[in-house]
Write a protein that binds this ligand. Structure first.
Ligand code: SF4
Ligand code: SF4
Length: 224
């Protein structure tokens, strides 16, 4: 961790669970994703508060987005992709929708994240767990800098238990409803098989579906 400790207020707001009663009724899987995000956000919030008390300065803030252009291996779960699809269908602003759809249509692997809009995440409330867990201290990343390699000690290391707890909230979608079942499934690495890379998604095809307002079974697009 950085020796240069500077007192600084964390930019993290106290987390709140997303609450979309109608959508969660229509799409039961949405609740599992919201639970996963809330679990992650609560843990991250507590960790950041703790780091701040120790004097560490969180560099991440709105408008800081070099990471979204540099990182080309962002792991994402199918349910998260479905959540993004829902957001694009139901909650994205018209301006962001137009920009993101254009970026999705013209996306190719190696390009930055297609959900970045004018330096900010265009899907912030449903951004993937990997984005939530990536937090950098001390100073913002330079363009093209991956601090994981250039200054590893400034990159926050999330607790594995917290990551697993958040991911396990998606298990009811796969039939693991009991806590003991979820615990065993996580131990057995059940969820790992589903992980995809954001860059490997056929975004132009997804953009076409979004443009057609296609609510056909999207599970098949995102599950192996
Ligand atoms: S990871 Fe780096 S570029 Fe991304 S928000 Fe944090 S400081 Fe900014
Ligand atoms: S989903 Fe949002 S936070 Fe994550 S890489 Fe894309 S623009 Fe950045």
């Amino acid at each position: 961790m950085a020796k240069n400790k500077v007192k600084h207020k964390t930019s993290y707001a106290a987390p709140q669970r997303l609450n979309e009663v109608e959508s969660e009724r229509s799409h039961k899987w949405l609740s599992f994703i919201f639970d996963a995000y809330y679990t992650a956000d609560e843990g991250i919030y507590e960790a950041m508060e703790s780091e701040m008390k120790k004097g560490f300065r969180l560099a991440c803030s709105k408008g800081c987005s070099a990471c979204c252009k540099t990182h080309v291996t962002i792991p994402v779960y199918p349910l998260e992709l479905m959540g993004i699809y829902w957001f694009m269908m139901c909650r994205v602003s018209p301006n962001n929708s137009e920009i993101i759809l254009h970026q999705l249509m013209h996306f190719f692997p190696g390009k930055g994240c297609p959900y970045l809009v004018e330096g900010a995440c265009g899907i912030h409330s449903v951004r993937p767990l990997a984005c939530r867990f990536f937090n950098v201290f001390t100073k913002p990343c330079e363009e093209n800098e991956d601090p994981y390699y250039s200054r590893r000690r400034d990159v926050w290391t999330p607790d594995e238990k917290l990551k697993n707890k958040a991911v396990s909230k998606m298990l009811p979608y796969y039939g693991f409803t009991q806590r003991s079942e979820r615990r065993e499934a996580m131990k057995a690495g059940y969820m790992i098989r589903f992980v995809k890379n954001m860059q490997d998604i056929n975004w132009p095809s997804i953009a076409s579906r979004l443009k057609n307002r296609d609510w056909g079974p999207i599970e098949k697009d995102f599950h192996p």
